[in-house]
Design a protein. Structure first.
Length: 155
C-alpha cells in the first residue's frame, strides 16, 4: 500500500481549484453545514439516520458554529478508484482552532458529494467554500473486483 501524491488524487475529484491540491492529498471545501436532530439507529439489518437540519450562513456565506457536532457536505464530487481507498483528515488550521473531522473510510468505487462529521470544541467561524479537510487516497495491493454499492453511492 502507498499514499498517492496530491496531483494523482486530484484526478478523482471534480470541482477543485489548483490551491486545493496539496503534496499528499486534496483539500475539501464546505458546501453546506447541518446540525443533527434526534437519534439514529444501527441495527443488524437496518440503519436509520437522524434528521439533518441545515445551518444558515450570513450574507457573506459565513457560518458561526458554537461547540457541538455538525455534518458538512463537501462541495467536490469524489470518485474513489477501484485500486484505492479514501481517508479524510482535518486541515491543521482547523485542529489549531479546536475542531476536527471524522469520516468513515471511502471504499473503492464510491462516488458522490460526501458528508463529513465536524466536531467543534471551541466556537469557530467557517465560510462556505473554505478548505476544512483533506482527502488522502491509499493505493490498495489489489484492485477491487467490484466497487462500493451501498446506500451512500451517488449521494
Amino acid at each position: 500500500m502507498s499514499v498517492l501524491a496530491g496531483n494523482d488524487v486530484a484526478r478523482f475529484i471534480e470541482g477543485i481549484s489548483e490551491n486545493q491540491v496539496q503534496v499528499n492529498g486534496v483539500d475539501l471545501t464546505v458546501e453546506k453545514i447541518f446540525t443533527i436532530k434526534g437519534s439514529g439507529a444501527i441495527l443488524r439489518d437496518v440503519v436509520t439516520l437522524p434528521e439533518y437540519v441545515e445551518v444558515s450562513c450570513n450574507e457573506r456565506g459565513q457560518y458561526f458554529l458554537d461547540k457541538g457536532v455538525y455534518v458538512v457536505q463537501v462541495r467536490e464530487k469524489i470518485s474513489i478508484p477501484l485500486d484505492a481507498v479514501g481517508i479524510c483528515f482535518p486541515r491543521s488550521s482547523l485542529v489549531r482552532m479546536g475542531a476536527y473531522v471524522g469520516s468513515a473510510l471511502w471504499d473503492s468505487g464510491y462516488s458522490g458529494f460526501s458528508k463529513v462529521l465536524l466536531k467543534v470544541e471551541n466556537s469557530i467561524v467557517i465560510e462556505k467554500g473554505a478548505r476544512f479537510a483533506q482527502l488522502v487516497l491509499v493505493r490498495c495491493e489489489r484492485k477491487a473486483l467490484e466497487g462500493y454499492r451501498g446506500r451512500y453511492q451517488n449521494e
